[in-house]
Write a protein that binds this ligand. Sequence first.
Ligand SMILES: *Cc1c(COP(=O)(O)O)cnc(C)c1O
Length: 394
Amino acid sequence: MIKAPPREIVEMKHYVSPKAVVDELKPEYPVYCVRPSAIHTPAKTFVHHFPGDTLYAVKCNPMPHMLQELFEAGIRHFDTASLAEISLVSHLLPEADCYFMHPVKARSAIREAHETHGVRHYVVDHVDELQKISEIITPSKDIIIVVRLALHHKAAMYDLSKKFGASVDVVLELLADADRRGFSSGVCFHVGSQCVDADAFRVGVELVREVIQRTEVSLRCVDIGGGFPGHYLNNPVASLEDYIQTITQTINSLKLPEDCRVICEPGRGLASEGESLIVQVHLRKGNALYINDGLYGSMNEEAEGLQRLNRMVPTRAFSSKRKPFILNGPTCDSEDALPKPVELPEDINEGDWIEFGGVGAYGAACRTAFNGFYADTFVTVEDEFVADLSESTT
Ligand SMILES: *Cc1c(COP(=O)(O)O)cnc(C)c1O
C-alpha cells in the first residue's frame, strides 16, 4: 500500500493549541499540528539573509501545505529529486522553478523535466550521467550542469556523500566536459543532513575554491546544499542566523563574479519546526509505553539516534517528576520502538497525549502504511511549541 502525498492543499481545521485539538477530537490516531508562523520564520531568515537564492529540498516534506506556506514566505526555487516532485511543485506552484538535483536520473525523467517542465539545472557526479543528459537535451548555455563534489564531515548525522559526489579531480574533468559539449556549469556539495557544525560549510566552500582555482570554466552557480539543523533534544545547535553568517563570510572570500549565483538547498532547516505531532498512549506496562506512531510512521529518524523534544498535552495535572520510558510504536515489529528512552511524567498512563516537536522534517515524508497504521490527520495550531526540558527526577 503505497500512499503518495496529495497534490492539492487539503483544508485543515484550525485550533488555538494542541490542547484544543485533543479536547475536540480526543484523537486515538496521531495528529500533525502545523504552525504556519514556524514555517514562515526560517523561510524569511533565508530569504532576507542568505547571500543568494534558497531552494527548498522537497523530499524533506512534500505536503502541499508546506510547499504553499514556503512559497507565501518568499521561497521561489525548489530542489526536486524525482519527476513526481517536479510535477507536484509545477502543478501546485506554477510560478516556482524546479531544479533536478538527483545525480542519477531515469532517461524518461530527464526528458519530461526538460520538455514538459522546462527544468534548466541538472546535477551530475559521473561522466555517464552527463553523457545520458546530452543524448536527451540538446546542449545549450541555457542548461546548467551542476557537478556535485563529495564532502565527508563528521558533524552531520547523515553522510550524504557515501552514495553521491565526486573528487575535485573528477569534478574538474566533468566541468571541462560539460563546457566542451556546450552546457553551462556550476558546482554543488551537501555537508550531510542535520549538520551540527557550521564549519562543515566552510570545508565545502574550500573545495569549491580549489575547483575555481584549477578550472578554466566559468561557473554559473555555487550551490552549498542543505544540512541546516533542526532543534532536537540531543543536538543543541547554533542559530540559523549564525550558520548563515559563517557561510556568508566564506562565500564572500571566494570573490565570485557577478554572473555566478550562490544557492542553498535546505530541507530540514526550513521545515522541521513547522510541525509537531500529537500521539496517544494506548497501554502502559511499567516503564514501557505503547503509543500510536513510531519508526514506521512519523518517527523513523529516531532509528538514526535523533531524539525529538516533547511536552504533555495538558488534559489533566501531571506529576512534575519525570522519568525515562521506553516508547513502543504501534506495529507488531518488535524493532518498532524508540531506541532511546524518553523522559515523561512518572504518572503518564493510557489515554494521555504527548506532543513531539520538530516533526516537520522527514516526519510525514517518511511515514509508511505498514501494518495498517498511517498518520494522516493535519490541523493548524497557533501556539508556540515549548518543550518540557525538565530532567529525570528519579
Ligand atoms: C536531502 C537533500 C537536501 C536537504 O537536506 P537537509 O539536510 O534536509 O537540509 C538538499 N539537497 C540534496 C541534494 C539532498 O539530497
